[in-house]
Design a protein around this ligand. Sequence first.
Ligand SMILES: [Ca+2]
Ligand SMILES: [Ca+2]
Ligand SMILES: [Ca+2]
Length: 245
Amino acid sequence: MNMGKQLALVAALAAILPVLLGARPTQAAVVGGPLTNAANGHLYYLLSVNTWTGAEAEAQTLGGHLVTINDAAEDGWVFTNFGNFGGTARYYWIGLNDVTQEGTYTWASGETNTYVNWAPGEPNAFASGDDYVHLLRPGEVSAGKWNDTANITNLGAPGLDVYAVAETLAPTCVAPPSGLVSWWPGEGDAADAVGGNGGQLQGGAGFGAGKVGQAFSFTGTGQHLRVAAATNLDVGQGPGPLPLK
Ligand SMILES: [Ca+2]
Ligand SMILES: [Ca+2]
Ligand SMILES: [Ca+2]
């Protein structure tokens, strides 16, 4: 290839590259999880490669924020579960930033805990706009420790993409409607949380993961919850027991 063609190729690539880079969605997407942290019941999601602000936007869509690392235990839990998610060592954004005031770091969630885990020499505010914090990935010196950088998607070389971890509160049940006679939450037993009409699981019915906590699990023919007749649970006359399936 002669020099003229090389220059033309470079010019063509230079024209295409910003288009390719600009093609990344402005808001991250969920690529892993949610995983539940038993220590606090919160849900954590791995988000796709994006800027800190793009990742925070997705975290808010999920009902939370980029993860707030409240203490060393949470720091370790998140790093263990997401630093090498799917067998790929990943950098990931956390909610810490000093956008509002240079040098004063705050969490996207508004929480005011003071635990930090900076890598040696960080945060160094290497460049103006280095206001966003990510973890160093497994296999690196200072793996799991924190670094401030710019609002970017990549740390400057192929493969150095930055993912993110979002944290949301545990889902909660809606408030029970007024006049509720009985409520069987299915949290490991067949107790009635409202009316005293506890039941008996029949036919090998059990419990599984529910939308909130546990739920009844009916997986075979004849499995049901049997509840005895009661004056406060009058379902009228029928051919047999009222099944809950
Ligand atoms: Ca947290
Ligand atoms: Ca800064
Ligand atoms: Ca830095």
